[in-house]
Design a protein around this ligand. Structure first.
Ligand code: GL7
Length: 802
């Protein structure tokens, strides 16, 4: 958008006067921040209205992206950047003696997600918009997002994240477009004119109120919307109870309803089978579908053409209730018969699987499901009945297989099977992951309908992760290859011609140093530790989960500690190990591992012989805005999950595009990163996914893999040298009585990891060679852009022409 400095100043002044009754000169910092956000929101609203009008005339197909999570992070800088207005706002504010960076710093992260899955949804909203596509995200307006983490004596403590206090500036409430959602109750069945009519009675009504958040894209006419539903009671106050003097009771109904959108479940890669969670899921699904269909019918007067105009995407199984709910609305509210309704449902819905972890595959006890959602349960049973009939024809008599594939079996409703049965496209999120889906967990479905299955390797909103969080690097790249890469990430390949170019390598090193200094400053402020910016910055930043093997990293650090203790002159390249990770609140082993990292940090730091060679830092409260500081400073990107378990990873891509070299297993998208950069530009180690499988088949006993070095490290866990004894961790690795010790094969991969770490230390010493690796990583990261991923979704899954 083209605005001059004076015009911007005017906008700020007028807005500030209207909202706060003062000019921007007299505003407090908080008022200035809010004013700026409101002005930006207005600009987006104006663009949105033009875009929506154009789109309406075109009658194109659009996508609705349903996700229980959108990890939005901050929006202010991103919106200004995308609108191309950062510098004009900066100078207008500067004239008023306001530093735009201090306003940026006031914005809380909208942490409406746990980790990779939620951040991916936000990256895709950015890409859809940047590609000029009409795409709407649907989620929940959690009053409290992902908890704030503090580490106290090594233990993780969780605190509520009241993001709305400063974050609600971006939301537009649209109360008059609310919908009623029905929970519980009973069903009445009546036959009239040979037709069965089902009436839902005695239910608890909850009102879903939408809040819109505008999503900007880079250099585009499009502005999209993220619609966040908030729950409230349709009856604000029970007047009878109130007049009896029962004040608390008079508000009870409202409180019960509001609790549905109160807080994000902090579960990542596993499920929380709680009653409230299914209510959240149904609120999202029912409200969104009601609004989509209402809009569609207003425009087209029929729902027959829904699949031609609308793609509804189910992001992981969390919104899988879309399957029965869309069927229900078509039948109960729009009078379709089953076959016609089911045809529309299957042609409209698509599904992405994001994990093979069995503890994350959602299942609900039938008793809970039927009590909360009686009509939906009835529909699920009918879907199941028809499917089983069909499967009996394909796999006659194979009861075990049919049961495995059924949406309802063994007293449970299984959400993945519901999606597999209904969606016309199903995809995994990296080549390896999609292969595992079709060869293993979804094999039986694949055998019947192979064309249904496809892969879309994840991608990132690289303009946020490179251009905005590392403007120094982006500007060097622009000077070298021009700015085509800002639209087309594959143009980064142009950098390859600077391989071995001394000047360019030196510039890259300088920029890395600047970003490392910035991170060192943050660490000194946040942790009170001074780290050396000339040491290798080796980072592992992601949720804490055993399969991600932060433990492997820590064990190797303890080994390095021993090497230095044995020989203080040992040839060890100084290293700073940076960790940041939240653990799910009830996940004890993950919390123990955080405690171990803190204990190792203390051990290393208290030892004069070691502390100049290695430093261990656990930075608390990992979130999008913190990632934006850590990632540009990273040199080694730890992607060390056991092969076969990390569906894709996206942090690996963000780190790569900032020049960090991956130290990883051949898991998830690491496989494709390796394909891109070649084996010389990545540090690979560990078993491959088939080797892991093979070892399980043969029978895995970790004790056979314990080398003398590792034995020494494992003994440290229980010797007391770390201040506390980490018996649970030690036991989980070695002596689980059910023969499932070391479920993530940390011990089997240790030796190979240790050697890879040794290579890292050696190769880093040749600064130009290492920087060349870094350059190749940046140059080859283009394929991992969300623009590419979303184009593939549009082409192969949503059938939307761009
Ligand atoms: C995840 C995967 O674990 C992660 O590998 C993937 O990159 C991400 C996005 O596809 O989805 N699945 C999942 O349940 N969570 C993830 O981050 C929480």
């Amino acid at each position: 958008m083209n605005y001059k400095k004076d015009e911007v100043t005017n906008l700020l002044n007028t807005k500030c006067m209207n909202v706060f009754g003062c000019s921007i000169d007299d505003a407090t910092e908080k008022q200035a921040y809010k004013t700026l956000c409101y002005v930006v929101k207005d600009l987006l609203a104006e663009k949105r209205s033009k875009f929506a009008k154009q789109y309406k005339e075109k009658e194109g197909k659009q996508v609705y992206y349903m996700s229980m999570e959108f990890l939005v992070g901050t929006s202010l800088r991103n919106n200004l950047y995308n609108l191309g207005m950062e510098s004009v706002f900066k100078s207008a504010l500067k004239q008023k003696k306001i530093d735009i960076n201090s306003l940026y710093a006031m914005e809380p992260d909208a942490g409406l997600g746990n980790g990779g899955l939620g951040r991916l949804a936000s990256c895709y909203m950015d890409a859809m918009t940047s590609l000029g596509m009409m795409g709407t995200g649907f989620s929940i307006r959690y009053e409290f997002g992902i908890f704030k983490q503090k580490i106290v004596d090594g233990w993780q403590m969780e605190f509520p994240d009241n993001w709305l206090e400063m974050g609600d500036v971006w939301l537009n409430r649209r109360e008059d477009e609310s919908f009623i959602i029905k929970f519980g109750g009973t069903l009445k069945e009546e036959w009239t004119d040979g037709k069965l009519k089902v009436t839902h009675e005695n239910y608890q009504p909850v009102m879903a109120v939408p809040y819109d958040m505008y999503i900007s894209g880079y250099d585009t006419d499009a502005v999209n919307k993220l619609v966040l539903w908030s729950a409230k009671s349709p009856n604000n106050l029970d007047m009878t109870a109130f007049s009896r003097g029962e004040y608390v009771r008079s508000l009870e109904e409202n409180t019960m309803a509001e609790v549905i959108s109160k807080i994000l479940y902090p579960a990542d890669d596993h499920i929380e089978g709680k009653r409230l969670r299914i209510k959240q899921q149904y609120l999202l699904v029912s409200a969104s579908l009601q609004s989509i269909l209402l809009k569609h019918i207003k425009k087209y007067k029929t729902l027959d053409n829904l699949p031609d105009k609308v793609a509804i995407h189910i992001n992981d199984t969390h919104p899988a209730l879309c399957v029965p709910e869309l069927t229900r609305i078509l039948i109960d509210e729009y009078g379709y018969d089953w076959d016609k309704a089911w045809d529309i449902v299957t042609r409209t819905l698509t599904y992405t699987n994001h994990t093979v972890m069995s503890e994350a595959l959602e299942r609900w006890p039938e008793s809970l499901f039927s009590a909360e959602l009686p009509r939906i349960y009835q529909i699920v049973l009918e879907i199941n009945r028809r499917l089983v009939q069909k499967l009996n024809e394909v796999y006659p008599g194979d009861i075990a297989k049919i049961e495995y594939m059924s949406p309802v079996a063994h007293g449970e409703v299984r959400m993945a099977n519901l999606c597999l049965a209904a969606c016309h496209k199903v995809n995994g999120v990296s080549k390896l992951h999609s292969d595992i889906l079709i060869n293993s967990i979804f094999k039986d479905y694949y055998n019947i309908e192979p064309d249904k299955f496809t892969n879309v390797t994840n991608g990132i909103a690289y303009r946020r992760w490179l251009c905005q969080s590392n403007p120094e690097l982006a500007s060097l790249i622009k000077n070298l290859i021009g700015d085509k890469f800002v639209h087309d990430a594959t143009a980064l390949e142009g950098l390859l011609k600077y391989k071995g170019d001394k000047n360019v390598l030196e510039s890259l090193q300088k920029i890395k140093l600047v970003k490392k200094q910035a991170l060192a400053k943050y660490i000194s402020h946040a942790n009170g530790i001074n780290v050396d910016p000339s040491s290798i910055f080796d980072v592992q930043i992601k949720r804490l989960h055993e399969y991600k093997r932060q433990l492997l990293n820590v064990l190797q650090i303890l080994h390095m500690y021993n090497v230095i203790k044995d020989n203080p002159n040992a040839d060890i390249t100084p290293r700073t190990f940076v960790f940041a990770a939240k653990a799910s609140a009830g996940y004890m082993m993950a919390k123990q591992i955080i405690r171990l990292i803190s204990a190792v940090a203390d051990l290393v730091d208290s030892d004069a012989a070691v502390r100049d060679k290695i430093k261990v830092v656990f930075i608390e409260d990992y979130k999008v805005s913190l990632a934006e500081i850590i990632i540009p400073a990273a040199e080694i990107s730890e992607q060390i999950s056991i092969a076969g378990k990390e569906a894709s990873g996206t942090g690996n891509m963000k780190l790569m595009i900032n020049g960090a070299v991956t130290l990883g297993t051949l898991d998830g998208a690491n496989v494709e990163i390796c394909e891109q950069v070649g084996k010389d530009n990545i540090f690979l180690f560990g078993m491959t996914a088939p080797e892991v499988e093979e070892l399980w088949r043969k029978g895995y006993n970790p004790n056979f893999f314990v080398t003398p070095e590792l034995k020494r490290v494992l003994d440290m866990l229980t010797s007391g040298i770390l201040g506390t004894r980490f018996e649970d961790i030690s036991k989980s690795l070695l002596t689980n009585s059910f023969g499932t010790a070391d479920a993530y094969m940390t011990i089997a991969d240790f030796e190979s990891y240790r050697q890879a770490q040794e290579r890292v230390g050696k190769e880093y010493l040749n600064r130009d060679k290492f920087t060349d690796m870094s350059l190749v990583n940046i140059a080859k990261a283009g394929i991992f852009s969300a623009d590419r991923a979303v184009k593939e979704y549009a082409d192969n899954i949503w059938n939307i022409k761009l």
